[in-house]
Design a protein around this ligand. Structure first.
Ligand code: SF4
Length: 366
């Protein structure tokens, strides 16, 4: 296996828009977490790991010693190089200090994905984030001081109108830090989140599609002008700093997931673990399988997924079959054909789902 994901489910509170599988904890059960992950990993193929990704939840809440212990145990006795080529941790800016940055570096972390989201304290407060804008710059400086240059910033766009969020200012503030990588996510309203409840009782309004599109296209223009390249619908990087781990997902490669709610994929079958931390912990501790369920993709599903994943990326889709709607999609400026590959324009990426369904429903039979 070349790609390993470890889900760390702990958070200090739930953000207003979040429906991830998390466990809100004041005290992080780090020792228990390390033990249970190592137990789940027993017998797994962890040779030749190329990437390791600590996602969450908030992995930066784990003490650096716990991260170090996991990396040591999962890699040291195997053919994996001392450190896999890319080892990422998702971090809350508040958890990044000079000490934690140095400790992560010493443990083998060489990439940090910071959940910045916005540089406006009012907006961060609305999101229920625990950091303020100032902490983002301080975190970037602490990481660079420790020798970690491969830093990614997450930003959320498409917020409700009444927040009057200044998206251009947020982009300027992010670009002023010159991160190696940026991930931009449009706000979605997930059921049973605080945001969903606010909307149901009329306390706020769901953001409109126009704002979403305008902000997405603005980000494309600004980042591209600053030397970033969008290599995937939501991700842009400076040259040489694409996320290898996430690129493996978009290429349809196999990966192993450990931890509650973690997904694994062997190229045809996808499995996912029990979502709740307690249920997962008990199952593994009692020697039962942590897998909640699985699905094996049919040939048709695999093809649909292949088209969808390829069109998410800047490499696009190899044009091996004639697609009937292609001329009209090209005229509308949503796709281009270059070097025998079909690629989405930014306007095409905005309507990726419908574009994929148009293409796959209407393949010409020769
Ligand atoms: S920190 Fe991330 S995982 Fe935790 S509640 Fe907020 S958005 Fe969800």
């Amino acid at each position: 296996m070349q790609h390993l994901y470890i889900h760390v489910p702990f958070c200090q509170r739930r953000c207003s828009y979040c429906d991830f599988s998390i466990a809100v904890r004041k005290r992080i059960p780090a020792r228990e977490f390390v033990d249970v992950i190592l137990k789940e990993a027993r017998g797994a193929d962890l040779e030749n790991l190329e990437t390791i990704y600590f996602g969450g939840g908030t992995p930066s809440l784990l003490p650096p010693e716990a991260i170090g212990a996991l990396l040591h145990e999962l890699t040291s006795s195997r053919r994996t190089p001392h450190a896999a080529r890319e080892v990422t941790i998702e971090a809350n800016p508040e958890d990044v200090t000079v000490e934690s940055a140095r400790a992560w570096m010493a443990a083998g972390i060489n990439r940090v994905s910071l959940g910045a989201q916005s540089f406006d304290d009012r907006v961060l407060n609305w999101m229920h984030r625990s950091h303020d804008a100032e902490r983002i710059g301080a975190a970037v400086h602490a990481l660079r001081g420790a020798g970690i240059e491969n830093i990614s910033l997450d930003l959320i766009f498409g917020l409700p109108e009444e927040l009057n969020r200044d998206w251009e200012r947020d982009l300027d503030m992010a670009l002023a830090l010159r991160p190696a990588h940026l991930s931009l996510y449009g706000l979605t309203i997930e059921p049973r989140t605080p945001l969903d409840r606010w909307i149901s009782r009329g306390a706020t309004q769901a953001p409109g599609d126009d704002r979403y599109a305008e902000e997405y296209l603005t980000a494309h223009r600004r980042l591209t002008a600053d030397g970033y390249s969008f290599y995937e619908v939501s991700n842009a990087s400076l040259p040489g700093f694409r996320s290898r781990h996430n690129s493996a997902y978009w290429s349809g490669n196999a990966y192993l997931g450990l931890g509650p709610a973690a997904h694994s994929f062997d190229g045809r079958t996808r499995r996912w673990n029990l979502r709740a931390w307690e249920a997962y912990r008990r199952a593994v501790a009692e020697g039962r399988s942590a897998v909640d369920s699985e699905e094996t993709l049919t040939d048709e599903q695999r093809e649909l997924e292949r088209v969808y994943l390829a069109l998410r990326t800047s490499e696009g889709l190899a044009l091996t079959v004639p697609y009937r709607p292609l001329p009209s999609l090209t005229v509308q400026g949503w796709v281009v054909v270059r070097d025998g590959r079909l690629k989405c324009t930014p306007e095409g990426w905005l309507r990726l789902d419908s574009l994929v369904s148009d293409l796959t429903m209407q393949t010409e039979t020769p």
